[in-house]
Ligand binder design. Structure first.
Ligand code: SF4
Length: 136
């Protein structure tokens, strides 16, 4: 499985993608299944950019942090729902590795622009024991 924006799906908040050439090759070879937790949650494209407040993805799952749009609307419920749907998908697919886009409040995993970002979906997938690789 891989964040859909990494294989060319224009599902980022601003309607763009962030293609990773090696992952696109895997996708075209039938080796990865793309998914976008924010689309699964029904947030649509384009959408207002979001950020975590009060903690990272693990804290959002634990109810001690939130996700809000940059204009202040609470999207915590949608982000947790999208994470849950992605986790259900991973539970069915049982991928060897899940490739996630860095820096995202959903898919973020590891360092991005000098700080660690762990998104809500990434946190749930990690808690479920999946192997995650971060892709810029
Ligand atoms: S939620 Fe994940 S798959 Fe969707 S656009 Fe953001 S980083 Fe890409």
């Amino acid at each position: 499985m891989a964040s859909a924006c990494l294989v060319g799906v224009n599902c980022r908040y601003n309607g763009s993608s962030k293609i990773s050439a090696p992952l696109l090759e895997k996708f075209l070879g039938g080796e990865v299944i793309p998914f976008c937790p924010e689309l699964l949650a029904g947030l649509g494209v384009p959408r207002t950019a979001m950020q975590m407040e009060g903690g990272q993805g693990f804290a959002v799952l634990d109810g001690t942090a939130t996700v809000k749009t940059v204009t202040g609307e609470d999207r915590t419920a949608e982000m947790v729902r999208g994470a849950s749907m992605a986790a259900d998908m991973a539970g069915a697919v049982k991928p060897e590795t899940i490739y996630l886009k860095t820096g995202s409040p959903s898919c973020g995993w590891g360092m991005h622009k000098g700080k660690e970002v762990v998104g809500v979906t990434a946190a749930l997938l990690a808690r479920a024991g999946h192997t995650i690789k971060a892709v810029e």
